[in-house]
Design a binder for this molecule. Structure first.
Ligand code: AP5
Length: 217
């Protein structure tokens, strides 16, 4: 069976992680989040984690060469046998070209790019209300609250807020997205791979819209 690679595109807080997890589950694909991979390295105090930390806390992008090497390693693991949903990667035109080369070597290519569109003013509210589980599950104080306040529904662990979700850092992340990542909209449009998804709908409606688009490829 041909492998399937999807790229979730959208600004910080658009819902890429929330959707990527569910889409990967439904399609039985691996979920690759570069943000989660960097956070895991940070937690384990690896060299890569130490390098990434200052960029992440400032809301800047980690350099392309480091990020691409990390993805190259991740994408060759056995759980990517059927393909993967990429979340937070690529994030610059250089990373997008590197991904094309990488998948080309595997005899494959990006199949679809769901672009989750959400206006800037909604993003700040989404990120300031976000609560994370150490396992990577994502909650929102208002839109997706845990059953018990700040406790993970499935494993009972304590939820936490991300260091880079402070309003001033969020605003900078949105600027970085507009400058460095938004050119990918045109990049994938030209390849006829982009499908616009209204990210202001409820979480399940967004999932349905993405699954419908995948079904039409
Ligand atoms: P990363 O972790 O990728 O952060 P991001 O792209 O800024 O995206 P977020 O995780 O903040 O948001 P999301 O779109 O996944 O939204 P979520 O589903 O959580 O990157 C962090 C940092 O790592 C970067 O700043 C950079 O330093 C570094 N990095 C990562 N990748 C890199 C790369 N490729 N190159 C270089 N550096 C890189 O949802 C947000 C909230 O909204 C949640 O609370 C959720 O419950 C809620 N929500 C979701 N959908 C809905 C909905 N439809 N309605 C209402 N609420 C919703």
């Amino acid at each position: 069976m041909a492998k399937m690679y999807l790229v979730m595109l959208g600004p910080p807080g658009a819902g890429k992680g929330t959707q990527a997890k569910e889409i990967a589950r439904q399609l039985k694909l691996a979920h690759i989040s570069t943000g989660d991979l960097f956070r895991e390295n940070l937690k384990n105090e690896t060299e890569l984690g130490k390098l990434a930390q200052s960029y992440m806390n400032a809301g800047e992008l980690v350099p392309d060469d480091v990020t691409v090497r990390m993805v190259e390693d991740r994408i060759s693991r056995p759980d990517c046998e059927r393909g993967a949903v990429l979340d937070g990667f690529p994030r610059t035109p250089n990373q997008a070209k590197a991904l094309d080369d990488l998948l080309g070597k595997l005899g494959s290519s990006v199949k679809l790019v769901p672009y989750i569109k959400v206006p800037d003013e909604v993003l700040v509210e989404r990120l300031s209300g976000r609560w994370m589980s150490p396992s990577g599950r994502v909650y929102h104080a208002k839109y997706n609250p845990p059953k018990v306040k700040w406790i993970d529904d499935l494993d009972g662990s304590q939820l936490y807020q991300r260091e880079d979700d402070k309003p001033e850092t969020v605003r900078h992340r949105i600027e970085v997205y507009n400058e460095q990542t938004s050119p990918l909209i045109a990049y994938y449009q030209e390849k006829n791979l982009l499908v616009e998804i209204d990210g202001t709908q409820g979480i399940e409606k967004v999932t349905d819209a993405i699954m419908k688009a995948v079904g039409e490829v």
